[in-house]
Design a protein around this ligand. Structure first.
Ligand code: NAD
Length: 500
């Protein structure tokens, strides 16, 4: 079986920690790889490599940094299929979806190719007699990135391309559940000519994460994962004096008003709820149906949900693959089996057998799709982030009732409104408490040149990832005040506070 170690200084680094974790092929239930779990010393070695590379990389010209990024983009383009296959083999999502993930990650590499435009400073001349002031942005140093299992290539690409473009060096700690795609991204960066130590990958679990959070040579931490760990990361890393952006979990509501095109709304609800087996932080997990929209919408969603084809991600006929682990699959199923006892109506029950054909997948971590109606706050299916193919429908009488429900959520990642009424959509955009809003768009993941981030317990920190916020996060400001005195006029001694 393949053993995956670390990638430090542009070379494979075999782990000596003595601890490994299993990486499964979720479609077959067989172990795919074993991944090294780093010791503190191994994390320190990766940080030391990044620190040693920092001075030279931060002083490398913008022309050279962008030349690397353009070569990297070309290599990623050439290896799209291979990276997507690695994602499918360890995460389980279908190949077309994995290709979409790679493309969305590459958007940030493309943004990073234009970094000179983003790093232009500001200059004010003659702010006082013969005095000029300029503001510039400089890299922060060694940046650590910690990523979740659900986007094993895209989320790392939200982080390191922009961080490197800004002149930082990087240590990435990918999810130990599906680490191979991130490792391959680092190998390709070396192939594209990235100098040694600029991008390092250390595989591991809590031991590695906690060392990165306390390491004195790590200046900034980008984290994406669940809310409890995001909160931990923010608390520990800020206590250690680092800047932090920690993106957490979600429970995304899709509001459907009675005037919406219900076929369009049902298509979008099904795509956004069950795509990637519901393991997306921007998945729609709650539909809030207002008034007369309710019954007709539930019927339409149920019809579409029952028709979905579930199977291994390698089969082009599959629309939805397995879940990440057996334990997670069983936990997700428990929300469906427990829903009726809590008062919900189980309209589609996905807990029975789902696979047709594919005997090689008999032990895979598959689960069918479920639709729960008449869900209310207080039920576990509503209160928890399930992170699986379970869609809950909550009924509301009015727009105001629906909005109040959405705004009472402890999360505020994405949300969407489906309506033909521009005025209602405009009110919703302004009144809803979430970081990303879709109008007739169910998964409003911003394009690379806008930033991604939620509100409330979906993000701890101030700055969102990528886009202009990403550039701000990976740089720090410096303001330079310059005077070239007239040799004839030194000005003399003046103990007063400088003013204009
Ligand atoms: P997770 O929080 O379990 O793991 C994320 C990372 O944290 C991994 O690298 C993991 O090794 C590390 N980690 C796990 N437990 C830790 C601990 N006790 N101490 C220190 N580090 C620890 O998340 P996951 O299950 O991999 O991913 C799914 C979660 O991520 C969901 O909650 C989803 O909503 C969220 N997510 C959020 C976004 C977003 O943009 N807001 C995007 C993707 C995923």
């Amino acid at each position: 079986m393949k053993t995956l170690g670390h990638w430090i200084g542009n070379k494979p680094h075999e782990s000596a920690s003595g601890t490994v974790g299993p990486v499964w092929n979720p479609a077959t239930g067989a172990q795919h790889t074993q991944v090294a779990l780093a010791s503190v010393d191994e994390v320190d070695a990766a940080v030391a490599a990044a620190k040693a590379a920092y001075r030279e990389w931060s002083q490398t010209s913008l022309a050279r940094r962008t030349a690397f990024l353009f070569r990297y983009r070309a290599l990623l383009d050439a290896h799209r299929d291979e990276i997507a296959a690695l994602i499918t083999a360890e995460h389980g999502k279908v190949h077309a979806d994995a290709l979409g993930e790679v493309a969305r990650g590459m958007e940030i590499v493309e943004l990073a190719c234009g970094i000179p435009e983003k790093l232009k400073g500001e200059l004010s001349t003659e702010v006082s007699t013969r005095v000029d002031v300029s503001s510039i942005r400089q890299p922060v140093g060694v940046v650590a990135g910690i990523s979740p299992f659900n986007f094993p290539a895209m989320v790392p690409m939200w982080m390191f391309p922009l961080a490197l473009a800004c002149g930082n060096t990087f240590v990435l700690k990918p999810s130990e559940k599906d680490p191979s795609a991130a490792y391959r991204l680092a190998e390709l960066a070396a192939e594209a000519g990235l100098p040694e130590g600029v991008l390092n990958v250390v595989n591991g679990d809590k031991v590695a994460v906690d060392r990165l959070l306390s390491h004195p040579d790590v200046a900034a931490v980008s984290f994406v994962g669940s809310t409890p760990i995001a909160r931990h990361v923010q608390a520990e890393a800020t206590a250690a004096g680092k800047r932090v952006q920690a993106l957490g979990g979600a429970k995304n509501h899709m509001l459907v008003l009675p005037d919406a095109d219900l076929d369009h709304a049902a298509d979008n609800a099904v795509s956004a709820a069950y795509g990637s087996a519901g393991e997306r932080c921007m998945a729609v997990s709650v539909v809030v149906a207002v008034g007369a929209a309710g019954d007709a919408l539930v019927a339409r969603i149920a019809e579409r949900a029952r028709a979905l084809r579930i199977g291994p991600g390698t089969d082009p006929a599959s629309e939805m693959g397995p879940l990440i682990t057996r334990e997670h699959r069983d936990k997700v199923a428990s929300y469906v089996t427990g829903a009726a006892a809590q008062g919900a109506e189980v309209v589609v029950d996905g807990t029975g057998p789902v696979l047709e054909g594919h005997p090689e997948c008999a032990d895979g971590f598959f689960l069918g799709v479920s639709l729960l109606d008449k869900v209310t706050p207080g039920m576990a299916a509503y209160d928890d982030e399930i992170f699986g193919p379970v869609l809950s429908v909550v009924r509301a009488e009015t727009y105001d009732e629906a909005l109040a429900l959405i705004n009472s959520s402890k999360w505020g990642n994405g949300t969407a409104v489906f309506t033909r009424d521009g005025g209602a959509a405009r009110r919703f955009q302004l009144e809803v408490e979430a970081g990303m809003v879709g109008v007739n768009v169910p998964i409003p993941v911003p394009v690379g040149y806008h930033s991604f981030g939620g509100w409330k317990q979906s993000l701890f920190g101030d700055l969102h990832v990528y886009g202009n916020d990403g550039v701000q996060f990976y740089t720090r400001g410096k303001v330079i005040t310059t005077r070239w005195p007239d040799p004839e006029d030194s000005g003399g001694v003046n103990l007063g506070f400088p003013s204009n």
